[in-house]
Design a binder for this molecule. Structure first.
Ligand code: SF4
Length: 328
């Protein structure tokens, strides 16, 4: 079976953007490939080194969501990056052959430096994170990496670094990882921007009861529809992005028929949505609670996965040292 690798920074509880954008895809991939999914805790340090004490708890909260959604440790290797020290060793070795210009022209680096104003990211680790990312992937000889269109340039950089290693050391040891493009419905946050914990606009997988109700009923609707009697247009409605994912065909048909003639009010329309989201999340939340009440089980799963990953990573790094002539 071909190998797939993907990781996630430990940001704590995950939201519906993660559920539909990443986790459902990861879950499907684990039936077709040998999947390695990791907690990118060193990557978290590249920007959040001042709040490193939050990483452990965020890891537990995040992996509880992974497991609840259906990532299965029997099928996939779930592990923590910092528990496999070989990632750091390969990162160092690759950093020696990676031209500085490749990192400085990385669009995400430039974009984040412009956007992130509330923390100092003028650090060496942040500039070099694509090299660490490359080490994360090629250390397992992963053939595929699931990515969205916006991440294609990152993967291209990893391919270039792998190619450069092979060229300099006259080997074909590393394979160049290929993207598996993920096609998913983009879910906006409750304010219309990209759903993100840092924008405070997320609906979390674990949200329920009054919290969930408040968020769903406050979703922005068609802003042209000021009064209940005004006709609306679902395509101009932020909430309708969620309806399209959660509601049945019949419900969507009814909304498309009634909304434009003001036959249904936004409150009632969002009540239908609330019911469907609650139904979809309930079984996931039930599983999540079981895991979160037994944090040691989560840590054991990650320990076991990390040990499994380490065996492969060590073989790779031993071989790399041999190739570059550092085997004593
Ligand atoms: S009735 Fe439904 S689809 Fe139409 S604007 Fe209101 S919430 Fe949106």
């Amino acid at each position: 079976m071909d190998r797939v690798l993907s990781g996630m920074r430990p940001t704590g509880k995950l939201h519906l953007g993660h559920l539909h954008g990443v986790l459902q895809n990861w879950k499907e991939l684990q039936d077709k490939y040998e999947c390695f999914y990791f907690v990118a805790d060193w990557h978290a340090l590249t920007t959040d080194y001042k709040i490193s004490h939050e990483i452990k708890n965020n890891t537990i909260e995040m992996v509880a969501d992974w497991l609840a959604v259906g990532l299965n440790p029997e099928k996939s290797t779930l592990f923590i990056q910092s528990k496999v020290k070989e990632h750091a060793e390969l990162h160092l070795l690759l950093s020696m052959i990676t031209p500085l210009g490749w990192l400085e022209r990385n669009p995400t680096y430039k974009e984040m430096k412009n956007e992130i104003k509330n923390k100092d990211i003028n650090n060496y680790g942040f500039l070099g994170y694509p090299v660490l990312q490359t080490a994360d992937i090629i250390i397992y000889h992963a053939k595929y990496v699931p990515v969205g269109m916006d991440q294609i340039p990152h993967l291209e950089l990893s391919r270039e670094i792998a190619r450069r290693f092979n060229f300099i050391y006259k080997t074909n040891f590393f394979i160049e990882p290929e993207p598996i493009l993920t096609d998913f419905a983009k879910i906006p946050g409750i304010d219309g921007r990209k759903m993100s914990k840092s924008y405070n606009n997320a609906i979390f997988i674990s949200d329920k009861g009054k919290d969930l109700e408040k968020k769903v009923l406050n979703l922005v609707t068609d802003t042209h529809r000021v009064r209940r009697t005004d006709p609306g247009d679902p395509e101009r409605c932020l909430a309708y992005n969620f309806h399209k994912i959660y509601c049945t065909e019949n419900e969507l048909e009814m909304i498309n028929k009634e909304c434009p003639k003001a036959g249904i009010g936004c409150f009632d329309c969002k009540k239908i949505l609330l019911k469907r989201i609650s139904e979809k999340l309930a079984p996931i939340q039930e599983k999540r609670e079981k895991y979160i009440s037994n944090k040691n089980l989560i840590l054991d799963i990650l320990e076991e996965g990390s040990n499994k990953a380490k065996k492969i990573a060590k073989e790779t790094v031993d071989k790399v040292n041999e190739i570059i002539g550092l085997k004593y």
